[in-house]
Design a protein around this ligand. Sequence first.
Ligand code: ZN
Length: 200
Amino acid sequence: MRADRRTAPGARAPRAVAGVLCAAVLVCALLGAGPAAAVSPPDQLVTSLTSLTSLPVADAQTVDYSSGPYADRLCPTTPASGVACSLGRSLLATTQGAGHRDRAVEADATCERQAGLWVCFDVRSFLVQRGGTTYGDTFLSPDGQRDLGADLVAHESEHVRQWRLFGPDFSLMYLAEGVDPCGNYFEQQAGLAAGGYSCG
Ligand SMILES: [Zn+2]
């Protein structure tokens, strides 16, 4: 989720409107309109899992959610159940992103990787808010193909990480933080300025 930095300030949708759209998108995803049932090919899974350690981070260091307000929603730290939980959530984010990419390509969108982040451009879907939305491991943008820049890639990559860490409940947790990105814990951790938000 980000503000549309290519839009002139006077023409930009109010932050609240963008937030509501983002919330609506997450609700749709939660209700099953987002993830596809398709299963990713094994090589795609391996590629995505390998990228877990190569995604850029928002603020030069990995955000630590274990001391945040949603620490109890992370996978357990016990070896057996913790590993299974983490792997399951990562695979779900991968499958979710792959499903969105498949549908985007079928609708003539262009998908590529930028600095480890999957990005689809020219996505025409009600699931995508004005500036773009990340589902699982993929950022869906309504804009034409372009270089997102390091800041936005880092911001959206942190959202990918949030999906992987918190699993499918992430959408509800995000909504619980409210529609104003400036007051949203997950947007704050992803970096407000990097996401294009100007918060006083
Ligand atoms: Zn965001």
